[in-house]
Design a protein around this ligand. Structure first.
Ligand code: ZN
Length: 349
């Protein structure tokens, strides 16, 4: 994903204690007050409150440890820049994985111009179809290429080092690989496609306006110019969902477009019903990402699920740096996002 303006908007109907630190502060005050009143009982109460999270998460069929292993395997390949051997290796890994699980996997090939050399680069979106006979479908997608260099690295001497893209590039793939283990038996009204977009950030030089979103634009244009036999009811894009300190704010475009707003509200409602507190009822950050092409060109109502604050809104920022590595990601975070999607797919109208 690319440039962003950091807009923060509290949701119209957000409860007053919707910002995490306010909730924490509120919780602390409550505990202190109870301690003052009933010293012994308070310890019991605080303990039982802490059990609520893990207890609810126990219903998650997605395996956090395995999800992290997928992420590690992807990152062990090294950089997966569009048109490079690393990308070819990842393509192979993805195809093998999903074919073994019984999905239909295909490549949507296209070319784009290399922003530095001017040569044509061969790229491919990877399409994984579950229940391909269904004519009404849901699109779950992410980009699987990585940025050529960690150009936001604080140390200028490291800005040409390899960029691993664990969170930005790897996390969506790992989550969908794990979700794939649960797709064959899933009861969903719609067919589901997982699509991995190539050429999301073939960006060597941001100042030169190197292109973003080549894969999603090609996918969206083809969907319109050569309509397939199916129609997408909804699209959900995943980007940077692996952060150890996960905070899923609602993305500004996704909330403002009238056709995607109900989708966002539905997904956050699902998260709320599961007790996945990392989905915060606050709208924050306007992100330019693959969902723009899907929605504006393809007319597929698509929202962006992204935790742009990596790891937090203050202190160091790992986005597009050498610190975007598995050690700064968590299987638990990706599995929680997958759990919300797994549940949402079974309920979606
Ligand atoms: Zn990026």
């Amino acid at each position: 994903m690319s440039k962003t303006t950091t807009t923060t908007r509290l949701a119209d109907h957000s409860p007053p204690l919707s910002i995490p630190w306010m909730r924490i502060a509120g919780g602390l005050l409550l505990v202190i007050a109870i301690v003052a009143l009933f010293k012994g009982d308070a310890i019991q109460l605080a303990w039982s409150q802490r059990q609520v999270g893990p207890f609810k998460a126990a219903g998650n069929p997605l395996d956090a440890k395995r999800t992290f292993e997928y992420l590690q395997a992807i990152c062990d390949i090294g950089p997966r820049v569009a048109g490079t051997p690393g990308m070819a290796k990842q393509q192979e890994l993805i195809t093998k994985h999903f074919e073994k699980l019984g999905a239909k996997v295909s490549l949507q090939e296209f070319t784009g111009r290399h922003p530095q050399t001017g040569m044509m680069v061969k790229m491919a979106n990877q399409i994984v179809e579950w229940h391909p006979e269904k004519k009404e479908r849901i699109l779950l997608c992410c980009h699987h290429d990585t940025r050529p260099f960690p150009d936001r690295e604080p140390n200028p001497n490291k800005r040409k080092d390899p960029f691993i893209g664990a969170n930005d590039g790897g996390s969506g793939v790992a989550m969908l690989m794990e979700l794939g283990n649960h797709m064959a038996g899933l009861r969903c009204k719609y067919g589901v496609d997982f699509v991995f977009f190539d050429g999301e950030e073939l960006v060597y030089d941001d100042a030169r306006s190197d292109p973003y979103f080549l894969g999603s634009e090609y996918f969206a244009r083809t969907y319109v110019s050569q309509p397939p036999g199916h129609k997408y009811k909804w699209g959900v894009l995943f980007d940077m969902i692996g952060d150890k300190q996960l905070n899923m704010y609602r993305e500004v475009n996704s909330m403002e477009w009238p056709d995607t707003r109900p989708l966002v509200l539905d997904i956050w409602k699902t998260a709320g019903s599961l007790g996945v507190k990392e989905f915060v009822n606050v709208t924050r950050h306007e992100i330019r990402d693959d969902h723009l092409a899907l929605r504006n060109i393809g007319k597929i109502p698509t929202c962006d699920l992204i935790d742009f604050e990596y790891p937090t809104s203050h202190g160091p920022n790992y986005w597009h740096t050498t610190q975007d590595i598995p050690a700064n990601c968590s299987g638990d975070s990706m599995a929680k996002v997958g759990y919300v999607m797994y549940t949402w797919l079974q309920q979606v109208k």
